[in-house]
Write a protein that binds this ligand. Structure first.
Ligand code: FEO
Length: 402
């Protein structure tokens, strides 16, 4: 039975032939609460070219979209911009079916594809700056190492002034709308920031280098076509400017408090510390881990200036949810954060020290030693919590005067 999926026209020569994943909610630890798309693109040049493929279960959907424009066996070249399996899961089967003249990837991409798909057919390595003639059109390859993996590259189609940017400039957003001007602005702004915070933040120095390189190449971009989410056609400069700003990790006069609690002592401390911050005019996002996902915490600290964390002591350790979120945040390597720690305990009381060690490893500048309360905070302990909030707020205001 052939599936009646259709391609979406991007330009006269480029078609979107990807897949929409309305179901996925966990993308290797990232809560994809709005699903995602796996974008693949068909270039109808003299040499018909497919740029990227889709996650394995969506192969038939992609092939059906291709078939709505051209017989898949007429594909001459396949470009693999990024080897992660959401873009290559069905590549070996598609190569088998289509028998393209050439499959191309970066040098690291060739290695990664061989290491993922043992016995995969020939894949040709291309270098940064190399070009490929499609007869009446030309593709140029731009290495974009670490955005998102060491193999990542972008492909520029000069005749359409369009860059296929793979993960970079993307977002996890399942939608029937394919373009930035069709999607609700507040949704795609949030999802683009969430994607950067959770996927690209640790590689911010590579983002800065890539943007410099693109500037020096002097290429003009009418469109940016990423491998997830909408295509930027109305204002591609908006996402480029956002990336430049996020990569600098410039922060703002805003605080995030993350905590978990056993008998509400640490929760009460968190709420009082929050009020201390607010009393100094600093807005706060309080994130109890009972109801906050690690990837939402990462999103909130993308531009917050302070991260305060609280945990009870459970069997000589921090609460497991704190270990989860701090391990995740440490891997994302946020910079330029102020921080503070607090918690409660019954008898041994190690959590505050362990939280301090975590934040120190993350190079967070700590305000004070932290507050560690036995069992239930009394008036004096709560006054200390309020003061801690005001102290962090004052430091934030010194750092961010306006
Ligand atoms: Fe969308 Fe790094 O894969």
């Amino acid at each position: 039975m052939s599936q009646p999926f259709k391609a979406t026209r991007v330009t006269d020569t480029v078609y979107w032939v990807g897949a929409i994943d309305w179901t996925i909610r966990n993308f290797h630890g990232y809560a994809t609460s709005r699903g995602t798309t796996y974008n693949a693109y068909l270039v109808l040049a003299d040499k018909v070219t497919l740029v990227d493929t889709v996650k394995a279960p969506f192969k038939d959907e992609m092939l059906a979209r291709i078939s709505s424009v051209i017989e898949p066996t007429r594909i001459d070249y396949i470009i693999s911009n990024h080897s992660e399996m959401d873009h290559t899961g069905c590549l070996p089967q598609v190569m088998e079916l289509v028998k393209p003249g050439k499959v191309l990837a970066s040098e690291n991409g060739v290695k990664a594809l061989r290491e993922h798909f043992h016995g995969i057919g020939e894949v040709i390595a291309v270098k940064d700056g190399e070009t490929l003639s499609l007869g009446n059109m030309t593709l140029s390859f731009i290495e974009s190492r670490m955005l998102h993996w060491p193999d990542s590259m972008m492909t520029y189609l000069g005749e359409e002034q369009l860059v296929f940017s793979q993960d970079a400039f993307g977002m996890h957003l399942a939608s029937t709308e394919r373009f930035d001007d069709e999607v609700n602005e507040s949704i795609f702004e949030y999802e683009a920031a969430k994607y950067y915070a959770n996927i690209l933040l640790p590689f911010s120095s590579f983002v800065t280098r890539l943007l410099d390189k693109l500037g020096k190449l002097g290429l003009s971009f009418k469109m940016i076509a990423p491998d997830h989410g909408p295509i930027w056609r109305k204002n591609p400069e908006v996402i480029v400017e956002s990336y430049a700003r996020w990569a600098e990790q410039k922060r703002s006069r805003r605080a995030v408090i993350v905590y978990d609690t056993m008998w509400q002592s640490t929760a009460l401390m968190a709420r009082v510390i929050s009020d201390g911050l607010v009393s100094e005019g600093v807005p706060v996002k309080v994130m109890p881990l009972e109801s906050s996902h690690r990837s939402d915490v990462a999103t909130e600290i993308l531009d917050a200036g302070a991260l305060l964390v609280g945990s009870p002591t459970l069997n000589n350790n921090i609460f497991p949810t704190l270990a989860d979120v701090l391990t995740y945040l440490k891997g994302l390597k946020p910079k330029n954060l102020l921080g503070a720690v607090f918690g409660s305990y019954g008898w041994s009381g190690e959590s505050v020290k362990q939280l301090r060690e975590f934040l120190t490893e993350m190079k967070v500048e700590l305000v004070g030693e932290g507050i560690n309360v036995k069992y239930v905070p009394d008036d004096e302990a709560l006054a200390q919590c309020f003061s801690l909030g005001t102290l962090v707020a004052q430091k934030l205001k010194e750092r961010y005067p306006v």
